[in-house]
Write a protein that binds this ligand. Structure first.
Ligand code: PMP
Length: 449
């Protein structure tokens, strides 16, 4: 079956004339999988519909924010009601306070929150804050972790850079890049060595709470706790980036999942957390949170400057607040159960087609790595890759065939093997059954690739 896409094809041609590569974010491009990206006209629940009338079960979910599914009534009502009272005031409004309260109420170590509009701003500000607090310059970052597109964070940054096989970005001055020390993920000894080769100079370690931008790579047991301990021993701050995992993997993010696990050695606290995606419910909201004493370094209280015309935008904040308030225990159980089923059915389809693979998962976030892990030297959880170098040692060429067959079968996956699959509380049996029917042909296509 071939997709009928005359409208998307025509619009993509127009898009390419006026926008570089035809997209406003490189991860939306279909360079790695071939063909033209569907132009989406509407979305509801677990489905997106394109301008050619094709409907897909959506496993991108806006790259994370749509935890409750698309066009959730409570979120749309909140946006409508708020928008009718004006779009932007550039002055305090009550929703900002309520959203900050909701976030701080869920994530223990967070006492105060500063809202911004994108995850990029959140991590950029978090690092400026860490530098301001410690008076140090250097930052340790893990290969394959993505923290947005600010200059210092683009080296070995996973996500679209991994898809495009770029080591980093042109246009980043060497002097800026030199402030970031790269280390392999899941390797505490490498972090210790980085600290030791730059004594007293490291302001922060930044990590994804659980990496999901090189595909999913679970932190090994005790890794985050070990990082926190090492940072504190070295007088540095731990910045835990929960832009993607926050309020998606559980009501208190991946941090909350780890705290809920038995054993005091699993408990840890980051000094600064960053959030995004779900806290905006599909609108541009992100934020950073920390103790009141750390946050006191931010302007106007302290000397670390940060600002934003649209920060805490009332309409965006209303969408985030409605999303978080609707994300009750039942919603998280629904997302978790849907993820469980998709993992099971996909694993079964790959096994039946003889496609060697490993499932990589952190709670309801997951991805598949192709290949025989033992032969490829994977050393991570579940026999999968433990870091970016291992992730890249996989049969990535199987993804385009798998992806295209799924799309033709009515399932919208991320157009790269280096991205996580996203589910929502709206992925009901009917949606999951559609995925199940698309899988056998797609797994066979992956096997034949
Ligand atoms: N941090 C993480 C962990 C992310 O996954 C992302 C986006 N995928 C960002 C930061 C950047 O967020 P934004 O795209 O909103 O700038």
């Amino acid at each position: 079956m071939t997709l009928s896409q005359p409208q998307s094809t025509a619009w993509f041609e127009r898009a390419c004339a006026v926008t570089p590569g035809g997209v406003n974010s490189p991860v939306r491009a279909y360079g790695a999988v071939g063909g033209v990206p569907p132009f989406i006209e509407s979305a509801s629940g677990p489905y997106v519909r394109d301008i050619d009338g094709n409907e897909y079960v959506d496993l991108v979910c806006g790259w994370g924010p749509m935890l409750l599914g698309h066009a959730h009534p409570a979120v749309i009502d909140a946006v409508r009601e708020t928008a009718a009272r004006g779009l932007s005031f550039g002055a305090p409004s009550t929703g900002e306070v309520e959203l900050a309260t909701e976030i701080a109420g869920r994530v223990g170590p967070v006492e105060q929150v500063r809202l911004v509009s994108t995850g990029t701003e959140a991590t950029m500000t978090a690092l400026r804050l860490a530098r301001g607090v410690t008076g140090r310059d250097l930052v340790i970052k893990f290969e394959g972790c993505y923290h947005g597109h600010s200059d210092g964070l683009l080296a070995s940054a996973g996500s679209g850079l991994a898809t495009l096989a770029l080591p980093g970005s042109a246009g980043v001055p060497e002097a800026v890049a030199a402030q970031t020390i790269l280390v392999p993920y899941n390797d505490l000894e490498a972090v210790r060595a980085a600290f030791e080769s730059h004594p007293g100079r490291v302001a922060a370690v930044i990590t994804e709470a659980a990496p999901a931008n090189m595909g999913v790579v679970p932190p090994s047991a005790g890794f985050n706790a070990g990082l926190a301990a090492l940072c504190h021993e070295q007088g540095a701050l731990l910045v835990c980036d929960e832009v993607l995992t926050g309020f998606r993997t559980g009501p208190a993010g991946w941090w909350g999942v780890e705290q809920g696990r038995a054993g005091a050695d699993a408990r840890w606290a980051a000094d600064i957390f960053t959030f995004g995606k779900v806290i905006g419910g599909g609108m541009p909201v992100a934020g950073l949170g920390a103790s009141a004493s750390i946050m006191a370094h931010l302007a106007p209280q302290g000397p670390v400057y940060q600002a934003g015309t649209l920060s805490g935008n009332p309409v965006a904040v209303a969408a985030g607040l409605a999303t978080l308030r609707s994300a009750d225990a039942a919603a998280y159980s629904a997302v978790d159960a849907a993820a469980e089923r998709v993992i099971a059915m996909t694993t079964e389809a790959f096994a039946a087609a003889g496609v060697a693979h490993a499932v990589q998962r952190v709670g309801n976030l997951f991805s598949f790595a192709f290949g025989d892990g033992a032969a490829l030297g994977w050393t991570g959880a579940n026999g999968g890759p433990a870091n970016e170098a291992q992730v890249k040692r996989q049969e990535a060429w199987r993804w385009p065939a798998f992806f295209r067959s799924m799309l033709e079968g009515g399932v919208n996956l991320p157009p790269s093997v280096f991205e996580a699959w996203f589910l929502s509380a709206a992925h009901d049996d009917a949606a999951l059954d559609r995925i199940a029917s698309a899988l056998p042909a797609a797994a066979a296509a992956a096997a034949a690739a």
